[in-house]
Design a protein around this ligand. Structure first.
Ligand code: SF4
Length: 267
């Protein structure tokens, strides 16, 4: 792994748009923070994977800060869960209340949320899924689905996230599908993806349910002679009322990145 020698070594790798998506006021401030090991290079969403691999050693210094932030956020969410009546939220959230726990179907599997915000289920719980689930419990408006699908960028509150969503999420799903379309279909079905016939004339159209009231429609067209492949993600028009937009982003990119990792293991 290569180590940065100066802040400018980091700065040279950045887009220099000062877009603030990394939570720093400028690209230079971000570069300084990366050089000092306060944040990871990957916090700028425009850095491509080959560069991240090359400078991967920076990540270790950051991880403990990230973990601490994560633990703090989680503690706050759990504290808020502790103050609400889970039983009265169950029906609104498309779940049920049983044995003191709110039960939600997540990717078709039962997840139980206890009074203290702890999540229990038969399968491994990935860390990226926990904040969106707890935020869903806390802030979903529980609007019924309209059955009308729109891309992420057309969700009312998506403006600040749309560009990153294309880059980080759609791009990752497409990479997996392009590399191995049958693996892509299999993995989606493993996550309880339900095929939909001829949706948008796509070769593969599946609906998955990361949360009961936040379904996701994935449509993929294989490349054909003279035409590139194409992948689109759609959400119900109520999605950002039923889950804050940043959590839709986290959930979708978490899933896409996990598929990418599984695809690598699969070969
Ligand atoms: S996200 Fe990247 S491009 Fe945007 S300000 Fe931060 S470092 Fe610069």
């Amino acid at each position: 792994m290569t180590k940065f020698k100066t802040t400018m070594d980091v700065f040279k790798l950045l887009e220099k748009t000062n877009c603030r998506k990394c939570n720093k006021p400028t690209c230079l401030a971000f570069a300084a923070a990366v050089f000092q090991g306060q944040v990871p290079l990957s916090q700028c969403p425009f850095i491509d994977e080959t560069i991240l691999k090359k400078y991967g050693s920076q990540k270790l210094e950051y991880e403990s800060a990230f973990e601490q932030d994560y633990i703090k956020v989680l503690a706050q969410l759990k504290d808020r869960i502790n103050q609400i009546d889970l039983a009265s939220r169950a029906e609104k959230l498309g779940g049920k209340f049983s044995n003191g726990r709110l039960i939600l179907k997540i990717f078709g599997k039962d997840f139980g949320i206890g009074k203290n915000g702890e999540i229990s289920t038969d399968i491994h719980v990935n860390p990226w899924i926990v904040p969106p689930v707890l935020n869903y419990v806390l802030s979903s408006k529980g609007l019924p689905l309209t059955g009308s699908w729109v891309p992420f960028r057309e969700l009312e509150t998506s403006r600040d996230w749309a560009r990153f969503f294309e880059h980080q999420c759609v791009g990752s799903f497409k990479q997996v599908a392009d590399t191995n379309p049958s693996f892509f279909r299999d993995i989606m079905e493993l996550f309880n993806g339900r095929p939909v016939q001829n949706h948008y004339d796509a070769d593969i159209s599946l609906i998955i349910h990361p949360l009961p009231l936040v379904p996701m429609l994935i449509c993929y067209n294989r490349p054909e002679e003279g035409l590139e492949s194409d992948l689109n993600l759609f959400f119900d028009t109520t999605a950002d009322k039923n889950l804050p937009i940043e959590n839709i982003y986290t959930l979708s990119t978490g899933l896409a990145n996990m598929f990418k990792k599984l695809a690598k293991t699969h070969g």
